[in-house]
Write a protein that binds this ligand. Sequence first.
Ligand code: MSP
Length: 537
Amino acid sequence: MNQVKTTQDRFALTTPLYYVNDLPHIGSAYTTMAADTIARFQRLLSKSVLLVTGTDEHGQKIERSAQAKGMKPIEFCDEIVPNFISLWKLLNIQYDRFSRTTAPNHKAIVNSFFKRVWDNGDIYLGQQKGWYCVSCEEFKDERELLPGHRCPIHTTKEVEWRDEENYFFRLSKYQDKLLAYFDEKPDFIQPESRRNEVLNFVNQGLQDFSISRVNLDWGFPVPSNPTHTLYVWFDALLGYITALLEPDDEPTLEAALSKWYPFDLHLIGKDILRFHAVYWPAMLMSAGLPLPIKVFGHGFLTKDGRKMGKTLGNTVDPVTLVDHYGADAVRYYFLKEIEFGKDGDFNEVRFIDVLNADLANDLGNLLNRILGMVKKYCGGNIPVIVKEDVPTDHPLRLIGLSLGEQVKTAYEALAFSQACNLVLSLVQASNKFIDEQAPWSLYKQGKQQAVEQVLYTVLESVRLAVYLLSPVIPNISTAAYEQLGFGIDFNDQASVANAPFNVHSQWGLLSNEQKLGTPQPVFKRIELKRTDLLKDD
Ligand code: MSP
């Protein structure tokens, strides 16, 4: 069970399992859009992909939210969960597993994992004294707190003093092992700034952390002492493993770990880095299991340059946003405009500007224009040109030939913004090339051969561009590919298998045997001026 399987032909990744204390917010949507883009890219590479998402439903935070509504916790969770599922549908997220920590098979996985750690001597009973943030579900060091004993992350929430008997996990025992692992696998935690953050934290010395609570009913009883409830994070992280069970599997660790384990990537926000890059690896080491290949901590989103929050009344509701602008627009803005790993801002004016400039003008108009010209000057048929006929110093050929590999490298590094910008550079060069070459005047001069070469090279460049952007904007890419004469639906995994990366990322694929479709705008310019539509308070 301990052997690490080859990761050549499969890719398993996770989003965090989201708390259900409230409706999904733009932060959860952000991680999930990024995860879906990665999953789609890996599928283009012809890999088997498993994208795990889900919900984290136990613990004090959820218990209190349910109480506030006068509901039983499970009823409350059952009411919130469909909102996540419907948002993922709206955002065109193709997840493979939705893991709920209240699912019946999860308890068996948690119990067997607990037993392994217990048998390894890593759990003991002790006294926990300290400041607890219910919103983080985490004890905080006194020195981390803001004035008035407020949490540094949930700045309006006061932490609560706890002094109780808890079971502890011997994290301190794993300090050296973790440091050795980080050293051996320098890519384990990304980006580099997060890795340094974790290294500093671990180097300062690790303290054992409590993995049980008393006076809390909403969770699993600790197997060795049911008067204690298992700490929500211990249970939640294991939700990743439970998600690996096939529907008919017995709920055993062996079954869960047999096919997809270890995970290639845990995608998370920076606020939950320690849990994933320190606590989780130590728990896995204790249970004798291989560690994930990579943990990537992205940045936080702000609105108009200010921290987002309900009390500030400036949250961005993802449902409103998608209803209004469509899934591709939302996905494109967040992935292209914000360098993944850094903090980023949402601003509606900027949002509209970016979409109009990149998708409506640069890409959409180019496709429309070029299809119109092919109709007018070439009878609607793709010119009979092969890559070899195009001079080696042709500007679009030059960019196109190396673009696939460059964009692949960017996607693999989760540099979505860079991937989009690389593609845009080909789109912009194509627009410039048409203007310079003026095929309409070449046509008037009777230079049909030259006209055809210009049109072919631009048409092929647009094709390559929409293919490479398909993980980010699958709807637009599908519509554009259809107009270019391909029957590929980027939202249908069986269909995507017919457009493998090694073939479709090559500049020069387009052939005269294809029939072009009817030109139609793939992205309509947004005429909306600054509105207050997005205020959801
Ligand atoms: N339940 C835990 C995760 C358990 S994983 C086994 C949890 N859930 S959460 O719902 O609070 O957070 C989910 C994700 O949303 C985190 O990755 C977090 O970083 C992200 N975001 C929350 N607010 C955010 C922003 N304002 N901006 C970007 N992402 C943010 O933590």
